[in-house]
Ligand binder design. Structure first.
Ligand SMILES: Cc1cc2nc3c(=O)[nH]c(=O)nc-3n(C[C@H](O)[C@H](O)[C@H](O)COP(=O)(O)O)c2cc1C
Length: 207
């Protein structure tokens, strides 16, 4: 059984480009008896925060201590979120560009689940090692203004490099990135969108 976790970061529901592209991928694999799909809509209110208690817990754990009281409770919430992430064999992340980077709910998820002994190991001499090795990921990235080859007055991409770095840091090596970045002024939007849908369906064959 392959467990696919679709993590969606757009709050735009039916109007979302990234969500509709990701849904084409899910539709292509959902009928398979060997695939189980979980959808984590990061706007559904289930994602815990990561504030003073959680940060204190993280620093305690890093120092080899047990978090206590409110910090322990916050740590349990982080563990529960990581457990849902870790239960998957493959990830589908649908992510719009927000202000050159990613929507804050996705950064919140990353801050909640990226924990020592869970997502990464750490050695004072060798540095970090990702603990999600063996899992794979498909990134569906959208933007409306930024696009490769456009002048920097159309923006700079901190979305794709950040997410690809995070997955690499976590040990996920098999990553396919599919972009849909129609320029606001292009007359080729439908063609570019159709090409992205084709890429998604093709990627789904490799799950
Ligand atoms: C809060 C916000 C910030 C955005 N920032 C950018 C940006 O920096 N660069 C860009 O090209 N598009 C930006 N956009 C446009 C979206 O990236 C684009 O419309 C994308 O396709 C939205 O994905 P979605 O339809 O899945 O929500 C922004 C949109 C929103 C709502």
């Amino acid at each position: 059984m392959t467990r696919l976790l679709h993590i969606s970061a757009s709050p735009r529901g039916q109007a979302s480009e990234s969500l509709s592209l990701a849904e084409a991928y899910v539709a292509a694999v959902a009928g398979r008896p060997d695939v189980e799909v979980d959808h984590w809509d990061l706007w559904d209110g289930s994602l815990p925060g990561f504030g003073p208690d959680a940060a204190a817990a993280k620093m305690a754990v890093f120092a080899g201590e047990e978090p206590e009281g409110d910090a322990a409770a916050a740590w349990q919430r982080a563990i529960a979120a990581f457990t849902r992430l870790d239960a998957a064999d493959a990830y589908l992340l649908s992510v719009p560009m927000w202000n050159g980077s990613i929507p804050y709910v996705l950064k919140q998820l990353i801050d909640v689940v990226s924990q020592p002994g869970m997502l990464f190991g750490f050695d004072p001499e060798a540095g970090y090692s990702g603990l999600l090795a063996g899992k794979k990921a498909v990134l569906v990235l959208t933007s409306a203004v930024y696009g490769e080859g456009r002048p920097t007055s159309f923006g700079i991409d901190f979305q794709r490099p950040y997410l690809e770095w995070w997955l690499d840091w976590a040990g996920v090596e098999d990553v396919t990135t599919i972009e849909f970045r129609p320029n606001l002024v292009t007359d080729q939007v439908d063609l570019v969108r159709a090409a992205a849908f084709d890429e998604l369906r093709e990627a789904a064959l490799k799950l």
